[in-house]
Design a protein around this ligand. Structure first.
Ligand code: IMO
Ligand code: MG
Length: 426
């Protein structure tokens, strides 16, 4: 029997590729959208009708009527951030009742996890990861350390005791760190945290792996929404400057309880250039006027932390690696319009490392690599408002053709602006 498969949307770079917008655009073809990993370190921006919204924990299908949204088992949840987000969504007049379910197996980010994140980053000084300080690393560390607190635990009579036990352990750890500044008032946050935990109970806590598999059996079209990017993957990213989970398509299996054979299309999103927020290797990073132009024209400031993003040229070495690791079936190209005024557009096709030329993404993330560039003449015209590939300027089509030839993958969607409507389907 032909099995119904689940499609995936994920980022191929260092995050912020535009996953929120694309999930929102694709959602009308799906009945269910599921987040499979990451937590409120994510900031998914959606723009419609001149209005914008940033989602951190809630799947980006929430703004489309009739779509069910699932928070899967490998998502880490800060109840305060989740309930704050819910309040904002409802303020927009969106009815969320019965449209959001949460895995009982998802882990909770505790206030002490957030404190541990701050303590760890502060102690690392110059070598810090540049984390979003949302408690992601310590929460996943507790999960693999088998000391986590899960959504299902909220329904247990001894929840408070479980919390206290973990809190005490965290306090012991915090005592080991050199003095650091806590960026929030702990007692206030903890009070809000417990209030939010109670509020969370209005959503169904479910065995999402069973729920999602049964939905697939019944022929429900499901889209899995990635967070962060492939180069931030804990195993294959630019370690240790990564997040603490598997962001790749393989993470869909463990993050939702889906067998590998049930994964269908893998939509890989990339910007026509590169950005990175936080520390770590970034071979094609620009420190010149072109880099500043990418940041200003592209509004490259973090949706979660407001930090200016580092900017650089498209990196084909890294992109090909991400396409391979994810088994990308369809590429989605974002924000080429940001480079409308550029005379020349560059793409790194290999790295020079010492006396060697390397065209495969190295284990150290290209820390000492000097990119070798291929140059393309800019299209020097506005792409905005274009709706058909045939109408794209020749120079821009050549850029796309090159990417397709290098990755052996079709660019199926070209996004030319933040709004839902600025999307060209091929
Ligand atoms: P979306 O889903 C961009 C980065 C942080 C830092 C590293 C580790 O919006 O694409 P963490 O808080 O996870 O411990 O931080 O990962 N990072 C992101 N960068 N977009 C994101 O999410 C990110 N989530 C985490 O800046 O370098
Ligand atoms: Mg983002």
């Amino acid at each position: 029997m032909e099995q119904k498969k689940l499609d995936v949307v994920l980022g191929l770079q260092w995050g912020d590729e535009g996953k929120g917008k694309i999930v929102d655009v694709l959602t009308p073809s799906y009945k269910m959208v599921a987040r499979f990993q990451g937590g409120p370190n994510a900031g998914h921006s959606l723009v419609f009708g001149g209005d914008s919204f940033v989602l951190h924990t809630v799947p980006s299908g929430i703004f489309r009527d009739g779509t069910l949204n699932v928070i899967g088992n490998n998502v880490v949840i800060d109840p305060v951030i989740l309930m704050d987000e819910i309040a904002k969504i409802e303020k927009r007049g969106v009815n969320i009742d019965g449209r959001l379910v949460i895995s009982k197996r998802a882990h909770l980010i505790m206030p002490t996890h957030v404190a541990l994140d701050a303590a760890s980053e502060s102690a690392m000084g110059k070598t810090k990861i540049g984390s979003t300080l949302k408690g992601i690393g310590p929460t996943y560390a507790d999960k693999t350390g088998r000391y986590g607190l899960r959504v299902g635990d909220i329904l247990q009579d001894n929840f408070k005791a479980l919390y206290e036990e973990r809190k005490q352990r965290h306090q012991m750890l915090l005592g080991q760190y050199p003095p650091f500044e806590l960026p929030f008032n702990f007692d206030e946050y903890e009070k809000k945290w417990f209030e939010a935990v109670v509020q969370m109970k209005r959503f169904r806590f479910i065995d999402s792996e069973v729920y999602v598999n049964k939905a697939l059996d019944n022929g429900t079209p499901i889209l899995a929404e990635g967070a962060q990017g492939s180069l931030l993957d804990i195993d294959f990213g630019t370690y240790p400057y990564v997040t603490s989970s598997n962001t790749l398509s393989a993470g869909v299996c463990t993050g939702l309880g889906i067998a590998p054979s049930r994964i269908g299309k893998v939509y890989g999103i990339f910007k026509a250039y590169c950005t990175r927020v936080g520390n770590g290797p970034f071979p094609t990073e620009l420190f010149d006027a072109d880099g500043d132009r990418l940041r200003e024209i592209g509004h490259e400031y973090g949706a979660t932390t407001g930090r200016p993003r580092r900017t650089g040229w498209l990196d084909m070495v890294a992109l090909k690696y991400a396409v391979m690791m994810n088994g990308v079936t369809d590429l989605i190209m974002m924000k080429a319009d940001v480079m409308d005024s550029f005379d020349t557009v560059k793409v790194a096709v290999a790295y020079k490392v010492g006396k060697y030329t390397v065209d495969c993404f190295p284990y150290d993330g290209g820390k000492d690599a000097t990119p070798i560039y291929k140059e393309f003449p800019g299209w020097k015209t506005s792409l905005s408002g274009l709706t058909r590939y045939e109408d794209f300027p020749e120079a821009f089509r050549r850029y796309i053709d090159f990417i397709e030839a290098e990755t052996h993958c079709k660019v199926s969607i070209v996004s030319l602006g933040p709004d839902r409507d600025a999307t060209v389907m091929r």
